[in-house]
Design a protein around this ligand. Sequence first.
Ligand code: KG4
Ligand code: ZN
Length: 341
Amino acid sequence: MKEYLILGIESSCDETAASVVRNGREVLSNVISSQIDIHTLYGGVVPEIASRKHIERINQVVDQALKEAGLEGKKPDAVGVTCGPGLVGPLLIGVSFAKAYAYAQDLPLIGVNHIEGHVCANYIENPDLEPPFMCLVVSGGHTHLLRVKDYGVYEILGRTMDDAAGEAFDKIARVMGLGYPGGPKIDKAAKEGDPEAVEFPRGHGSDRYDFSFSGLKSAVLNYLNSCEMKGESIVVPDVAASFEKAVVDVLVENSVKAVKEYGDRAFAIAGGVASNSMLRSEMEKALGELNVKLYKPSPILCTDNGAMIASAAYYRLLKGEISGLSLNAVPDLKLAGEMAP
Ligand code: KG4
Ligand code: ZN
């Protein structure tokens, strides 16, 4: 079998990342330059600042990824780059860089859907994982429950009707003064709290497998406001744990329902929120009872990285799906099989 070394580039939000992956599964380097320290000052990602930082860092990040993979002075076999969905400015930096690099080195260029990248993060540490399987993608911008019917072929079962799961974590953390990004802060605070302390609603979308987190978000805000008005102090770990449990309950509930209906024996979680400790353990418990194997990437592969993009690009390359130099950034790019909202 021919060996392919793919350079994967990711810049859709606030991480400038590049990685070299062999045959879609073996990571030779994985360089991530995070901008969290800068965006923390503003309580969230500022797109214009993110674009500028990507420009400053992308050369160095790619050089380092090639060097660590032993490709200094040599070239990979192809370049994969996130072309959407994401912030248009940040996406354009990665896409423009990848186009220039592919042109200069005479390499095939493959545009990758960021959500597909998150799904493919699961291939990296699990040589046994092959489609079909079910996947829950929970990130700062997306919440999708889908079936991976084959490499690059998806059936979307449900998605959020409003906020993404990670977005809800970030917003609640901000109002509680925990800082950005909120997910890891709530995860940490919740470990000391009681998930039954405050009763928050479990939101569902209108369709069977859809999600909704805006009602939960309002309920937490109302709770915090009413405590303040009554002069009652807030037990941050209890609120964090109760909120986290409300999010995790609906994610697990819909996942279990779908597994029972479709009969899949393998289930993968992906995206930044997939590194949440309560989600990982509750999923393990619920799917274990059904004898369904749970795949969960290491936290560094859950949040944005170039390795997942290289893996996705590899499977597109095997199908001969090359993008060419007309590739553009598409901020609302849909996943194969996904309908417009
Ligand atoms: O996948 P990702 O890096 O970027 C997007 O594609 O959006 O996900 C980032 C999101 C943020 O909302 C962040 O708060 C959340 O993932 N996140 C977490 C945890 N770590 C990151 N949410 C809950 N628990 C965590 N441990
Ligand atoms: Zn992401």
